[in-house]
Design a protein around this ligand. Structure first.
Ligand code: URA
Length: 236
């Protein structure tokens, strides 16, 4: 791909604007040598104003989503994209959230511009476990774990029962729930189905990947090792 188009697709501006960066001598190699638009250079060798380029396509980001942010590009209010570098909103291919967390849910959210990777993560075949911690409005009754594990629970207005899910009680009104699929508002609807109400919800793990020491609002780009860890959690 031509260097101008590559840089424009990373969100640095239109092709015209990127051409202007070249004319102004702001695009260089690592040694500060000015580059020209027809130079055959690799992504990693390019600097703009002395700074390495943003990550190349194939980006996967782990974000600690805070409560109050929406997984959307155009909703009103605070968006998860507001927590990432502004230029990333202009990338082509676009950076999409891998599934969604509700506005009032915090925790581990992945975003990627790699459609194949996104599909591998959310594919029903992968059945990557997703671990949630829920704070409940009422005490657990004691029969929820068996109901959730049965593989027979039918959510309102659905025709296909849920896959078995594992519930661990962490206290009278605290539970850890591990799901192997992702349906709309699934955790909240599961607890509603057993007569309870989720007051707070946090996702702590997807596949083998956790948030580590990322604070709410912080993010990091994943490397190949992280992706191995993510898929190593398959069926766990
Ligand atoms: N289940 C929910 O109910 N909400 C989420 O955000 C994720 C899973």
């Amino acid at each position: 791909m031509k260097i101008v188009r590559h840089i424009a697709n990373l969100g640095y501006g239109s092709r015209k604007q990127v051409q202007a960066l070249f004319r102004e001598g702001r695009v260089t190699d690592a040694d500060g040598e000015v580059l020209y638009t027809d130079d055959p250079v690799d992504h990693d060798a390019i600097r703009i104003d002395g700074e390495p380029l943003d990550p190349a396509p194939g980006l996967c980001v782990l974000l600690h989503k805070p409560v109050g942010y929406t997984c959307s590009t155009k909703d009103t209010g605070r968006l998860v994209y507001d927590l990432l570098p502004a230029r990333w909103r202009l990338r082509d291919p676009v950076l999409s959230t891998v599934g969604r967390l509700d506005r009032d849910t915090s925790g581990l959210l992945l975003l990627t511009d790699d459609g194949g990777l996104l599909h591998r993560i959310i594919s029903p075949k992968a059945q990557l476990p997703k671990v949630y911690e829920a704070t409940l409005a009422q005490d657990l009754r004691g029969d929820e774990a068996a109901t959730f594990a049965s593989g027979a629970l039918l959510l309102e207005s659905e025709t296909k029962p849920l896959l078995p899910a594992e519930l661990e009680s962490l206290g009278p009104r605290q539970a850890r729930l591990t799901l192997h699929e992702g349906r709309y508002h699934q955790v909240r609807r599961m607890f509603a189905a057993v007569g309870n109400h989720v007051e707070a919800l946090h996702r702590s793990q997807v596949g083998g990947l956790g948030l580590g020491d990322l604070a709410p609002g912080q993010w990091r780009a994943l490397d190949a090792g992280d992706l191995q860890t993510l898929f190593a959690g398959r069926g766990a």
